[in-house]
Design a protein around this ligand. Structure first.
Ligand SMILES: Cc1ncc(COP(=O)(O)O)c(C=O)c1O
Length: 491
């Protein structure tokens, strides 16, 4: 459970700071349904760019932003792409919600808000005294730095040195303190070590997405319900929601699957990881190139007992398809040979590397369960190719110039050629094996107790369900906070 007891003194500091900074906090009810955002805020948002460091952009922490760089308001159905069968090679309908239209171009800004807001409205974090520390493989700390900046508090971003250059450039531009830890994507232990060092100083408050239940609350309530809204909007007579697949970094997004399985009890939930780092599939390890996911450990907040399948994606597949979707020769092939519309070809640039991996997970899942045109699978595109231009340039140097012939090969081999290998439908004991792996990171290294670990397995009602329901309680605290600052009333 998230501790929602209040520290009155720090809370007063936070209220004062928010008043001075003109900060209004959105509630969960508003992030789920931006129709509830007050008209005067919407009016002002018409003059605010999507990435502007303007506190009003906190209201754009929702899947339902209009797909506009500036001045956008909200829509009833989240931004999504439905991938044509000509591209995927499977009859099943695959839909993905789009992270590009969040501030920072990535939905992780939601997870970071989910972790920050309970600490802020309870006063466990004192924004006037403490630095907010965001350990991450990139996008979460960008979201955290953005949210911290909106609150005018200091942000420290910790991420591996080998992450894409775009992430570092942006963090510097926003004025965050950046700490680069050794290694790449899957070197999370090194991040934890640095975090541990910083946590010795009481002036630092660590927002560890891998263990913070705020991450869970946000995705369960906001992402899960948003994906259900997409399904209901596109559902045709006889259609069923067959399941969802998400690659896991912190496992926050997977909490959306917990919500979807409640709404559609026959649906399945799959977790994806890189084949080059098969921790869930084989207790394995390794370095890989699907930035943002798979970190040689099982995150504390992964509800493994509710996960039905593990799917491993070869990182070569996602790199090849990144090139297919983002080079003019690749786009010519997609248009002329597959007959995709200009709009669809443009939308395929809304897939970052992990988004491509998510799509491949859905294709493998569709093949495994022999899904038909009446089945719908859902996923997310965490960020877009805009975050990986430097990677595309590197691939062009590595493999030489692209061609339509190579585009056809990449599509045939790396997408149509996906098979039901490197995946596992999880039995009770397969799930338990994965859950047990948490012991080594969380009990041995990170200070959790065996009893807490057991509770995540044996007491889902007192742990996961109870945490999911905390959004309502948090909304009350957020509303009180906004009343105390008086910023909304004066707007
Ligand atoms: C690009 C990208 N994809 C996927 C993920 C995984 O999402 P989650 O942390 O919710 O599991 C992340 C997490 O940071 C990410 O940055």
């Amino acid at each position: 459970m998230i501790d929602l007891s209040v520290n009155e003194e720090s809370l007063k500091h936070n209220i004062e700071k928010a008043r001075r900074g003109h900060v209004i906090l959105p509630t969960y009810a508003q992030m789920k349904d931006p129709g509830k955002v007050p008209e005067k805020i919407k009016e002002k948002l018409k003059n605010v760019g999507l990435w502007d460091v303007d506190p009003l952009n906190l209201f754009r922490i929702t899947w339902k932003n209009e797909a506009r760089e500036s001045g956008g308001l909200f829509q009833d159905v989240p931004n999504y792409i439905e991938f044509p069968s000509a591209l995927t090679g499977v009859p099943c309908r695959i839909v993905a919600m789009v992270g590009k239209w969040f501030p920072t171009g990535c939905h992780k800004v939601g997870a970071s808000y989910g972790c920050l807001v309970p600490e802020l409205v309870t006063g466990h974090f004192d924004a006037t005294k403490q630095h907010a520390v965001w350990p991450s493989t990139g996008n979460y700390c960008r979201g955290g730095a953005f949210n911290s900046k909106l609150m005018a508090c200091d942000a420290v971003a910790i991420l591996p040195a080998e992450m894409s250059r775009e992430r570092f450039d942006w963090l510097k531009s926003i004025g965050a303190t950046v700490i680069a830890t050794p290694g790449s994507e899957s070197n999370v232990k090194e991040i934890f070590d640095k975090t541990h060092e910083l946590s010795q100083d009481p002036d630092n408050m660590i927002f560890n997405q891998f263990e913070e239940m705020g991450n869970v609350v946000w995705h369960y309530n906001v992402t899960g319900n948003a994906l259900a809204d997409v399904f209901e909007a596109i559902r045709r007579p006889g259609d069923r929601f067959a399941g969802a697949a998400f690659t896991s970094g912190s496992a926050g997004t997977l909490s959306a699957g917990d919500r979807l399985k409640e709404l559609y009890p026959k649906s399945k939930l799959a977790v994806g990881e890189a084949l080059q780092c098969p921790t869930l599939l084989e207790n394995g390890f390794g370095a890989h190139r699907i930035e943002g996911i798979g970190d040689k450990h099982v995150p504390w907040i992964h509800n493994v007992r509710n996960t039905d399948m593990v799917i491993d994606i070869d990182d070569e597949d996602s790199q090849r398809l990144l090139r297919l979707f983002n080079t003019k020769e690749g786009q010519k092939y997609l248009r002329e040979e597959l007959g995709l519309s200009d709009e669809m070809v443009e939308r395929l640039t809304w897939l970052g590397i992990s988004g491509i991996a998510n799509l491949l997970c859905c294709i493998k899942m569709a093949k495994y369960y022999e899904l038909t045109e009446h089945d719908v699978l859902g996923t997310v595109l965490t960020d877009s190719a805009a975050m990986y231009q430097s990677r595309i340039d590197e691939l062009n140097v590595q493999y030489g110039p692209y061609s339509e012939f190579e585009a056809k090969l990449d599509h045939s081999i790396h997408m149509l050629g996906e098979k039901t290998d490197n995946m596992l439908e999880l039995s009770y004991w397969d799930r338990k094996r994965i859950h047990n792996l948490k012991y080594y990171t969380w009990v041995e290294q990170q200070g959790k107790t065996k009893e807490e670990l057991d509770a995540l397995w044996y007491d889902p009602e007192g742990t996961w369900d109870a945490v999911h329901a905390q959004a309502a309680e948090m909304d009350k605290l957020i509303e009180q906070f906004n009343e105390e600052t008086g910023v909304l009333a004066e707007l």
